[in-house]
Design a binder for this molecule. Structure first.
Ligand SMILES: C[S@@+](CC[C@H](N)C(=O)[O-])C[C@H]1O[C@@H](n2cnc3c(N)ncnc32)[C@H](O)[C@@H]1O
Length: 183
């Protein structure tokens, strides 16, 4: 697989939270079919939290979202936003190390949005995710279509399969290549 894995700079968060991205990726629409009340959701490579807060809203009072990122600067942004947001209490921050996400499961849903191409070891990542996913848990994978080719995305899905995931569906969004994986 091609190696794109430089880590997205915390200085460029304005794109991640841009109006265009919110419009095209629409977190509310995207997550509504995935997040149920009471779920524990892991938002891995959460960045500034575009999907974190919407997941927390949908997960309800009993729900919990673990916002996990390698970069403290990203977690600081989530924490700052969480202070002024009623959803803040449902969000737990987690600092990853470069080679291990390090979250203890079980989690019901994993969001891996525009992050897997940045990881040094996708195979290790998928087996770690498989090990913390609850029974019937799902992993929502999205990769930026302008960075990851269709062929590379297929290779990523093969890696996920070898780690024990089942590919439930695959689709193409405007900005993303998307797949839903069952653990
Ligand atoms: C392009 S941003 C996407 C952020 C967010 N998921 C979104 O779509 O708005 C990728 C994020 O993955 C994080 N990341 C990169 N390598 C990582 C690793 N090894 N473990 C955890 N997070 C990582 C980066 O710090 C960055 O915040």
């Amino acid at each position: 697989m091609a190696h794109h894995h430089h880590v997205y700079s915390a200085e460029n968060v304005s794109f991640l939270e841009s109006g265009l991205r919110k419009l095209v990726m629409n977190p509310a629409k995207m997550l509504a079919p995935l997040v149920r009340e009471g779920m524990t959701v892991l938002d891995v490579g959460c960045g500034p939290g575009l999907f974190t807060f919407e997941a927390a809203r949908l997960a309800g009072r009993e729900g919990r979202v673990i916002a996990a990122d390698l970069q403290q600067a990203m977690l600081d942004m989530v924490q700052a936003a969480a202070k002024d947001d009623a959803m803040g209490g449902r969000i737990t921050l987690h600092k990853c190390s470069a080679h291990r996400i390090g979250v203890t499961g079980p989690v019901d849903l994993i969001l891996a949005i525009h992050v897997v191409h940045e990881l040094p070891d996708p195979a290790g990542f998928f087996s770690e995710m498989k090990s913390i996913l609850s029974e019937d848990g799902l992993l929502y994978l999205a990769e930026p279509a302008f960075v990851v080719s269709g062929k590379e995305f297929s290779e990523t899905l093969n890696i996920a399969s070898r780690a024990g995931f089942q590919i439930k569906n695959r689709k193409r969004g405007l900005l993303s290549r998307i797949a839903l994986l069952a653990g």
